[in-house]
Design a protein around this ligand. Structure first.
Ligand code: CDP
Length: 251
């Protein structure tokens, strides 16, 4: 698999006279609502959904399962990173689309539940700091374009993976609202992960300059979804509300 020439995500396809972008990038911290909103957007647009965080989690799960020695966040260097980089070279991971979403499968298996454990929560932001891991992940994320137009959520989709994606969002909510959402899920580790993600050198969690920043504190999912769809429509020049491509505007 090689990086697609469509790396930028700037290319478009034309359907019924409408110009549709190949990638909608959705970034933001933990519990900012990007998972729920990205799935809804993908469904509404008929795009393939990609959870880039699940790919990093899958590598963390694989390393734990293989008992690969994991570096401490403060002790990352070429020597401590090597076992993880070696694991990345030997694992048999491939992208597969299942029910409209792309997941990394390892030896033909997607560890859907296993990637949500506390151990993975702790390991993932550390391995996500390793430059060679990020290079591998970014290349695979670009490879997802083989599945057609995408809604991809993550931390660096609009800045690193598809810097020229024509539709970019950066979702956020105030710390109290996010802490409450995390508590509702019984998982508070997101705040710690966000700190590491915001301070790392590569793939830093920051909004792309051209992303629409949406603070959804106090909003319902439907309210935020309406804001996002309005922006998608304006970017796609769709004119009328409704399903994309359903009522093309004569040009
Ligand atoms: O769902 P949540 O936003 O809490 O996290 P996730 O999307 O499952 O991502 C888990 C972790 O993977 C993040 O905390 C990052 O350390 C890493 N990640 C990343 O580095 N780059 C991405 N594009 C996506 C995730």
């Amino acid at each position: 698999m090689s990086a697609s020439p469509l790396i930028s995500g700037s290319s478009t396809r034309t359907v019924n006279g409408l110009s549709l972008p190949q990638v909608v990038a959705v970034d933001g911290p933990s519990a900012s609502g990007k998972g729920t909103l990205s799935r809804k957007l993908a469904q509404a647009l008929g795009y393939t959904y990609v959870d880039s965080g699940a790919m990093y989690r899958t590598l963390a799960w694989y390393c734990l399962k293989q008992e690969v020695p994991l570096p401490a966040a403060a002790g990352l260097n070429a020597t401590t990173e090597r076992p993880v980089v070696n694991a990345l070279r030997r694992w048999k991971a491939e992208l597969r689309k299942v029910n409209g979403a792309v997941w990394l499968h390892v030896d033909g298996y997607f560890p859907e539940k296993e990637i949500r454990t506390d151990a993975v929560e702790r390991a993932v932001p550390v391995i996500a700091q390793i430059g060679k891991v990020r290079d591998w992940m970014v290349a695979r994320q670009r490879d997802c374009m083989q599945f057609g137009p995408l809604v991809m959520e993550g931390r660096d989709i609009g800045t690193e993976v598809f810097p020229l994606a024509p539709v970019k969002f950066f979702l956020d909510a105030n710390p109290e609202a996010r802490a409450e959402r995390m508590q509702g899920r019984g998982n508070q580790a997101g705040t710690e992960r966000d700190k590491l993600d915001m301070t790392r050198k590569k793939g830093t969690l920051i909004p792309a300059l051209d992303a629409l920043r949406v603070d959804n504190t106090g909003q319902t999912v439907e309210e935020t979804f309406a804001v996002l769809m309005k922006h998608v429509r304006s970017r796609l020049n769709m004119g009328q509300p409704g399903a994309p491509g359903s009522s093309p505007t004569p040009s």
